[in-house]
Design a protein around this ligand. Structure first.
Ligand code: MN
Length: 700
């Protein structure tokens, strides 16, 4: 375990201005907080955060990040509180520690590829500061290094699986290949112990035959390059068992044919040297067709730059060669972390706030060539239009921003959506219109044989939920119209004292040019045919002399139609006097007409009925608004006011004097208006009247 002074010295080595006091205090605090806790290895628990901090010093990260590494488990695993961390180490460190603590709480099933991808995105989105993610990755790396101490095989496998599916790809995403390699290697050993052992054994066998082939080939290559005037550092290594294994799987290769197990890195000063070195290598050894890739001229999406090639070094030895500059090398090992370290070293500035880091990151992203590339690289910003939520069992779903429990239910399964009647978010029952936020756990309450509520259409945001609700609304409207039409036809039959049998209906349908009885009923329900027309068709001459009946209006205030309520549903406008243009909701109590209220109506606070999403229909052409007007107590005041109302076509329905004293009188006026715009114009005009002191719209 790193000692206190060793850790401080490591940081000081690359950042002389690092806050020594902060580091020392964090060390002591963490030591005391973790106290006598032990790791599975039998080591003091405290060794873990210190090793994590040590890994972070390899990335040359700033003192706040190192301190976060030291403190990263104190809130989760000790009695230390967030307030303590904030107070003792500052808000900035507090935020970082909080971020890591939150990430550590995320555990999800990763049994499918899609789940894994969602979880990776979620972790990125939750890392409001990329340093949070770096600490989390360092934490995971150290846990993987000490994985073999954990006794339960099931637990080891779970952690290894998660590392393989989530954390290694995340490291790759932000360009940290060093981390990625090691995480994959450690996970591979746990997940596929036999495959791992086989590859290792084969490598040992190859080594026997060739002596120290790696060192020999590396020094030969370095010599060749220097003869051609290129000063290069050449390092070689055996490929990691995992990468060999994966390659074999991908190509259905036989172990015996395995000749491609060594990889070399040629590190030179600048880009043009890279190409010169490539020329030298290809000039000396034949290149293997299809293995040459130039990521310098076309970097990978995560910013990775290097030249890759494979050459035939001897008859049965292929070697992979990567050629890159020193900077490209560090960036490929440490990814975005390296970008940051460079920036710090370059101008010597200290980044104490989170923003300079963010700026650096944005700069990196700014250089991205395409939107897709940005998407690959970016963290928070790209997920701002997404929200991630869990099922109670931990499966993770990615939804569009502003999604509700209904969207969530449909994302899980359309059947769950259709039968959804309520939801619990994080254990609490919430209205179905509640907007979900990142990390919410959603439990859908369902009822058999329930159907989607038409009102959902007003708040769901996902395409799947929307389509399902619309489909259902169409069907429901149709069947409601159908049954209403059937009743209309029956009552017409009763009025005409006829029996609606085929004998009578057949010719009538022919006269009306309709296919069948349901078509007739539908036409009646939709007011396409009047009773008189149908009666005439059924019994010609029967309606002669009768006055045509008045067209049936919709229930409720005749002038208003409300969408979201299916045909034939009765409604009433509430005491808040909603008018077309207002945002409204419907409240349903069993056996009563639906009450329509403005969305900000005070009575809604204690409303116990069922909330329905409704909106004004296109045919809405008027409702009554209530105004409270304070007027100077002077002759002609009222007359000038009513004159204004008249010129604006606002019919006064009711006028009541509410209060009068020597100076003012207060009137409550109900006026018929077309819509909100009309009302706004009227209020503005009234306020222009000299005698008028104030005009306010009254709600309830
Ligand atoms: Mn930890």
């Amino acid at each position: 375990m790193l000692r206190q002074y060793e850790l401080v010295e490591r940081v000081k080595a690359y950042d002389p201005d690092a806050n020594e006091d902060l580091l020392n205090r964090a060390y002591v605090f963490s030591l005391q907080a973790h106290g006598s806790q032990l790791r599975a290895s039998g080591d003091p628990y405290f060794s873990h955060p210190i090793e994590v901090a040590g890994i972070l010093t390899d990335l040359k990260l700033d003192d706040e990040t190192i301190v976060t590494g030291i403190l990263h488990d104190t809130i989760e695993d000790t009695v230390a509180t967030q307030e303590q961390i904030d107070r003792l180490f500052g808000a900035s460190v507090g935020r970082l520690v909080d971020g890591v603590t939150k990430l550590s709480k995320i555990e999800a099933q990763t049994d499918s590829e899609r789940q894994a991808e969602n979880l990776r995105k979620f972790l990125l989105a939750m890392s409001s500061d990329i340093r949070v993610l770096l600490v989390k990755l360092a934490d995971r790396l150290h846990n993987m290094r000490t994985l073999h101490f954990i006794k339960s095989e099931e637990k080891r496998r779970r952690i290894a699986r998660e590392t393989m599916d989530i954390y290694a790809p995340l490291a790759e995403r932000i360009g940290m290949y060093g981390f990625m390699d090691e995480l994959q290697e450690l996970a591979f050993r746990q997940l596929e112990p036999e495959a791992h052992a086989t590859v290792v054994a084969r490598l040992a066998k190859l080594r026997e035959g060739g002596g120290d082939a790696v060192a020999r080939i590396a020094s030969g290559m370095k010599l060749l390059l220097s003869q051609k005037g290129i000063d290069a550092e050449v390092t070689g290594r055996e490929k990691r068992p995992y990468s060999i294994w994966r390659k074999m799987q991908g190509r259905q290769m036989n172990f015996e044919a395995l000749s491609d197990v060594m990889a070399f890195r040629v590190i030179v000063d600048d880009d043009s040297e890279c190409y010169r070195a490539l020329g030298v290598v290809h000039g000396r050894w034949p290149m293997v067709i299809g293995r040459f890739k130039d990521f310098i001229s076309t970097p990978k999406r995560n910013g990775y730059k290097s030249i890759h090639t494979t050459v035939l070094h001897s008859e049965n030895t292929r070697i992979e060669v990567q050629i890159r500059t020193r900077r490209m090398h560090e960036e490929s090992e440490f990814g975005l972390a390296a970008h940051w370290a460079y920036k710090q070293g370059g101008d010597g500035a200290r980044a104490r706030e989170a923003y300079p880091w963010l700026n650096d990151l944005l700069e990196v992203l700014h250089d991205a060539a395409s939107p897709e590339e940005l998407l690959e690289n970016a963290r928070l910003a790209m997920f701002q239009d997404q929200v991630f939520a869990f099922t109670p069992k931990g499966a993770l779903y990615q939804l569009p921003k502003d999604s509700t429990p209904v969207d969530f239910a449909y994302a899980v399964h359309s059947d769950l959506g259709d039968t959804c009647v309520g939801a619990k978010v994080n254990g609490r029952v919430v209205p179905l219109r509640t907007r979900l936020v990142n990390g919410d756990q959603v439990e859908i309450l369902r009822q058999k044989r329930k159907a989607p509520d038409p009102a959902w259409e007003g708040f769901v945001v996902s395409a799947k939920a929307r389509a399902a609700v619309r489909r259902h609304v169409r069907q429901k409207t149709l069947s409601e119209s159908q049954s209403m039409g059937a009743k209309l036809l029956d009552s017409l039959g009763v009025r005409l004292k006829i029996s609606l049998d085929d004998e009578l209906l057949g010719p009538a349908l022919g006269r009306l040019k309709l296919a069948d009885r349901p078509a007739l009923e539908l036409a009646m329900a939709r007011n396409l045919l009047t009773d008189a027309q149908v009666g005439e068709a059924l019994v010609p001459g029967s309606t002669a002399g009768q006055k045509p009946r008045k067209k049936r209006g919709k229930p409720g205030p005749a002038a208003v139609s409300i969408h979201g309520l299916t045909a034939g549903v009765a409604f009433e406008l509430g005491a808040c006097h909603p008018i077309p243009g207002d945002r409204i909701v419907g409240i349903r109590h069993a056996g009563q007409p639906i009450q329509i209220h403005t969305i900000d109506c005070a009575s809604l606070a204690e409303e116990a009925g069922e909330w329905l999403e409704v909106s004004w229909g296109a045919e809405s052409d008027g409702a009554v608004a209530r105004l409270m007007v304070v007027v100077h107590n002077q002759p002609g005041a009222l007359a000038s006011m009513t004159a204004v109302l008249a010129t604006h076509n606002a019919n006064i329905v009711n006028l009541a004097l509410k209060h009068r004293d020597r100076e003012f009188h207060t009137d409550v006026i109900d006026i018929e208006v077309d819509d909100l715009k009309h009302l706004t114009t009227i209020i503005a005009a009234l306020r222009q009247v000299k005698a008028v002191v104030s005009v306010e719209r009254m709600r309830g």
